[in-house]
Design a protein around this ligand. Structure first.
Ligand code: SF4
Length: 470
């Protein structure tokens, strides 16, 4: 018998008309295959998707569906819902997830995209902010996923989802992720997709963090079936927010030394351990990227089902996993922060040992800048935003004339110093050293978190929603 999820879901749920929500809350382990909406040629891609979907077997015990993501490859990419409405049979609409990305969209356009999802009959919608991109015509445009979550919650027509990246190894990177996650859940996110990573300890950190805060939200762990090409792209830094440790890199290179057949065989086994591991630590399902042919999807389902049967308890999975990874170190050598000690040494019901947390301390300069800003700019939200522009620029790095100044709401860290203009917390793309996905400087939300900790105002990072401005 497999472990019961540590996180107890209520069976008295609303929205019984939504099979995905029903299954997740009913405790069924969900298998989702990730399909990217194409950057061009929607009709041909929709036909490929129909072939792909037709090849998905339907194991009775484990429901299978798809997640349609968008705008990962190109800012001119096709809208995921329009693509899915052509490629997905009706019976899969309510069991599949459609993403909505803020990449290249204003908040108004994001709202339009949500309206279109509702009109097309999609209810399970996960909001992301999207990866950075280059543009010839001024700054790239983003709208924060948090606004979409709020809008979805107000529309009351969706099973709204959000994403989080738990694969962060610095306190100043991980905590802002989790604080923003709490804010998203408070605003209405009911489903959570965890970014892909191979360090199961970090997935368990996430599950235990949610438990510690009594946040009962099903978590779907994203994982990637690696090909040589995908591996090279991750190692080359082309896929923000995804990390492969040096030790895992060596193992993968060794697996590739004996030809593509052996490499693929090794990746099937890795996928089995990842999926069974996600369930063992309390996730409610997996979203698998990198399976892109009808032949592979049938193999994947069969391998996953056999792994879920083989590792039917935390202990069964953990013993086999320990032998499989041996001493492989999944964390970076220099940054190793995790929330709990020895979390994979214990079964789900044992005592959790929180790790000691290094206090987050702003530098002398950061404190001085904050204090000066508070004196000079405390009314900046109430007056014309162009006032005291030079002072703002010197003290806060203010770059733009927003219609409404948010500095007093953001500990005087200018949201426009974030290349995506995020004011409610970070994206998932910070690099392993805490630097921004798009610039060689520390993520502005790490700075803000240090200030909030010093001021004893961390609760603001979870509770205060900062509305969008143009
Ligand atoms: S500053 Fe932080 S939140 Fe903004 S784009 Fe860079 S990594 Fe993402």
């Amino acid at each position: 018998m497999r472990n019961k999820p540590s996180r107890q879901f209520s069976f008295d749920f609303e929205g019984a008309d939504n099979p995905l929500r029903e299954r997740l809350w009913g405790g069924a382990f969900q298998i989702l295959f990730e399909i990217d909406a194409p950057s061009h040629n929607r009709k041909e891609a929709a036909s490929l998707m129909r072939n792909f979907v037709a090849a998905i077997p339907a194991p009775s015990k484990y429901p299978v569906g798809v997640s349609v993501t968008e705008r990962l490859e190109s800012v001119n990419g096709v809208d995921a819902a329009e693509f899915a409405s052509e490629g997905l049979p009706d019976q899969l609409k309510n069991t599949s997830i459609i993403f909505v990305s803020g990449r290249g969209r204003s908040v108004d356009e994001m709202v339009e995209a949500l309206e279109s999802r509702r009109a097309l009959g999609f209810r399970n919608v996960v909001a992301v902010t999207g990866d950075g991109y280059e543009t010839d015509s001024g700054s790239p445009r983003f709208s924060d996923s948090i606004h979409a979550i709020k809008v979805m919650s107000e529309m009351d027509a969706f099973f709204p989802g959000c994403v989080v990246n738990p694969f962060k190894y610095l306190t100043a990177s991980l905590f802002p992720q989790f604080f923003k996650l709490v804010k998203k859940i408070n605003l209405g996110a009911e489903l959570l997709i965890a970014q892909a990573g191979w360090d199961i300890v970090k997935l368990r950190d996430l599950i235990w963090f949610l438990d510690s805060r009594e946040l009962v939200v099903p978590v779907i762990a994203r994982t990637i079936f690696l090909s040589q090409d995908r591996l090279n792209r991750i190692l080359g830094g082309d896929i923000p927010g995804i990390y492969i440790s040096r030790h895992l890199e060596e193992i993968l290179k060794e697996e590739g030394r004996h030809g593509s057949g052996q490499f693929t065989a090794a990746q099937w086994r890795r996928l089995q351990f990842q999926v069974a591991g996600a369930r063992a630590v309390g996730c409610s399902g997996v979203q698998i990227a990198g399976i892109d042919s009808p032949e592979h999807v049938a193999t994947a389902v069969s391998k996953i089902v056999s792994a879920l049967e083989e590792f039917d308890s935390f202990q069964a999975w953990f013993s086999a996993y320990s032998a499989y990874v041996a001493q492989a170190d999944m964390a970076p050598p220099d940054y190793r922060f995790k929330l709990y000690q020895n979390s994979l040494k214990h079964s789900l019901d044992t005592v959790r040992e929180p790790a000691s947390v290094m206090p987050l301390e702003p530098s002398v300069w950061e404190k001085a800048r904050y204090k000066t800003s508070r004196v000079l700019l405390s009314d900046a939200g109430e007056v014309y935003s162009g006032e005291r522009k030079i002072t703002k620029t010197i003290l806060t790095g203010c770059l733009a004339s927003c219609r409404r100044c948010r500095l007093p709401e953001t500990h005087f860290i200018c949201p426009m110093a974030c290349p995506k203009g995020l004011s409610n917390g970070p994206c998932g793309g910070t690099k392993i050293d805490g630097s921004c996905e798009l610039r060689p400087v520390e993520c502005v939300h790490a700075k803000r978190t240090r200030l909030a900790a010093w001021l004893n105002e961390l609760d603001l990072l979870e509770e205060k929603y900062i509305g969008p401005v143009e």
